[in-house]
Design a protein. Structure first.
Length: 319
């Protein structure tokens, strides 16, 4: 795969993992729900919900501005230059918090990880923010919220990082949401992409796909809104040229949060075999994968079906 494309995708995964926001928990209404879980296999039809919200963050209204539409997304420059991006984690009671990231070299910065480095106040459609990050950058950010899913940002630095690659570019720029359409070579797997209610996320779309622009074809998984704006990147550690076999949403560790089981078919040197990977949802809405748990599942051979994985973890998760 083209190295630049891989850099964009790999770095994007970390950032997007940090743009989720905890919201009010909803009940899963899908007809596929059984014992608190939802499972989709290759023979399943994808479901849709055109009126589903991207995420149920607290909505703050001022005149006609619904700030909910700006929260939880990764915002990139409209001209396609990814050297500066940001994520807004919350807007409530006239206050705004978020994270601004800078990374030169053409890749989408992906180090938000639920951190915050700017805070401010918001009035009407304008936010006045103070920036202070771990790289030594300090300054102001003025955000103007437009109703066409764009944000105009003016960045001014009063102190700069000694590492020039970590300095946000100063000036006024138009930002748009990071979208599936921004990913070169992305191919949607329709039968494994569907709407799902994921606790604090509310109703979101779980998207399965492949990256087909290079010599290697990795599988990828995202949470998006109904417009394809990326809210979370799972960044799976799976072999190339695998096919998605099944996905299931179920509370595996009894914390009342839905976790995710993914099974893929992998055509290796010994023929086609299954590999399972599991993502556990945290209280803040993020998902975490434990490679040692995946390894135990796959080494045990309990990776042929979602039922196998669930049964194995029910007996061995806390061991």
């Amino acid at each position: 795969m083209n190295k630049k494309i891989l850099l964009v995708i790999i770095t994007a995964s970390v950032l997007l993992a940090g743009c989720g926001n905890k919201v009010q928990q909803n009940e899963q209404s899908s007809s596929n729900k059984t014992n608190g879980s939802q499972t989709v296999s290759n023979s399943s039809n994808s479901s849709s919900a055109t009126n589903a919200s991207a995420t149920n963050n607290t909505v703050t209204r001022n005149n006609t501005i619904n700030y909910n539409q700006y929260i939880g997304k990764t915002w990139i420059k409209k001209n396609g230059n990814y050297n500066t991006s940001f994520c807004i984690s919350s807007i409530a009671n006239g206050k705004i918090t978020g994270y601004l990231s800078s990374l030169y070299g053409g890749a989408v910065p992906t180090t938000y990880d639920f951190k915050k480095n700017f805070t401010g106040t918001i009035n009407k459609n304008t936010a006045q923010c103070q920036l202070s990050d771990s790289n030594g950058n300090k300054g102001t950010i003025i955000l103007v919220f437009n109703q066409n899913d764009e944000i105009k940002a003016t960045i001014n630095l009063t102190a700069k990082s000694q590492n020039t690659d970590m300095q946000p570019q100063e000036g006024t720029f138009e930002f748009i949401p990071y979208n599936l359409s921004s990913i070169k070579g992305f191919s949607l797997l329709k039968n494994q992409s569907f709407m799902v209610n994921l606790n604090s996320w509310g109703n979101v779309r779980f998207v399965s796909g492949k990256l087909t622009a290079g010599n290697h074809i990795p599988v990828v998984f995202y949470l998006t809104d109904t417009k394809g704006n990326i809210l979370f990147d799972f960044n799976p550690s799976l072999p190339y040229n695998a096919d998605v076999n099944a996905v299931s949403f179920v509370d595996l560790n009894k914390d009342r949060l839905k976790d995710i089981i993914i099974i893929v078919d992998y055509n290796g040197v010994n023929g086609v075999s299954q590999l399972a990977t599991v993502y556990f949802q945290k209280v803040d809405g993020s998902f975490i994968n434990y490679p040692n748990i995946d390894e135990k599942i796959n080494n045990s051979g309990n990776n042929k079906s979602v039922k196998d994985v669930k049964n194995y973890l029910s007996q061995n998760l806390n061991k």
